[in-house]
Design a protein around this ligand. Sequence first.
Ligand code: GFB
Length: 318
Amino acid sequence: MPDLFNLEGKKVFVAGHKGMVGQALMRRLEREDCELLTADRSQVDLTVQSKTQAFMQEARPDVVIVAAAKVGGIWANNEYPADFLYENLAIETNLIRGAFAAQVQKLLFLGSSCIYPKHAPQPIKEETLLSGELEPTNEWYAIAKIAGIKLCQAFRRQYGCDFISAMPTNLYGPGDNFSRASSHVLPALMRKVHEAKVSGASSFEIWGTGTPRREFLHCDDCADALVHLLKNYSAEEHINVGFGEDISILELAQRIAGLVGYQGAIHQDTSRPDGTPRKLMSSARLRQLGWQPSISLDRGIQETYQWFLENRAQEEAV
Ligand code: GFB
């Protein structure tokens, strides 16, 4: 079957090309016969409407991927509600409206699995959106991402724009944020295990009870799925991008410790929040479109740890 949308010869603007997903998209798109367009923050501040608009008018991309966002783990989301709500709203409205004004042929907006209700039935189907209350630690980010989905749908409905939305699950991989406070759980635990191993500590700490369950997708698998969607998907409804299996946080900690080669104990800091009890998405619609992940969690953890050792371990230790 020929692709619905042909990337050949197209000018593709990857907004957020320096983030983990943006970098993965750049690696993946290099294999396509398209022209890649990027813009550093010093060139264009995507939170400023006039600057984003002017950039789009001048650059005239054919395709826009909205991978630019303010992101972080449970602590950062909870601590900086204004930044997470405002910056994400600003970036996405500027890019989506800017793409419409510049007559962009195709736009792909990236959201997150936290858009779904805290107690959504598992695995979470796309139609669960807006059927219940959000998880309070990340409702600011979730509301911004829901607004982005709706904006794409609205431009599609009112003006016939080919704007689509994808909702990746929790992502990890090379280029991730390993900072102590603002990172997501997988890089956070990787760093803690590494430091415990290097210092000879008898234990390391995980936040919360360890019982919440999460699904983890490697960023290179995610980028591959996103390119597949660009080529093969054109509809109003957002579409889930998941791995298909989840794991408890305690099991994740044990898995990382095993792969890194650390034998100490794991302590739970229950003064920290658990967040959503479980977030396993149904990716049935994406599978029906002919895509599935290829990087196992063990291989992904090993690769990411290698990247951490080569790129971050030294500076993080300071
Ligand atoms: O990855 P994470 O920060 O975010 O945390 P969410 C997932 C789970 O891991 C929570 C636990 O139950 C945390 O309490 N956890 C255990 C840890 N140890 C740690 C640690 O050292 N660091 C971190 N960060 N967590 C985020 C949302 O939710 O997921 C975002 O806040 C976004 O908006 C993102 O949707 C994908 O999975 O809970």
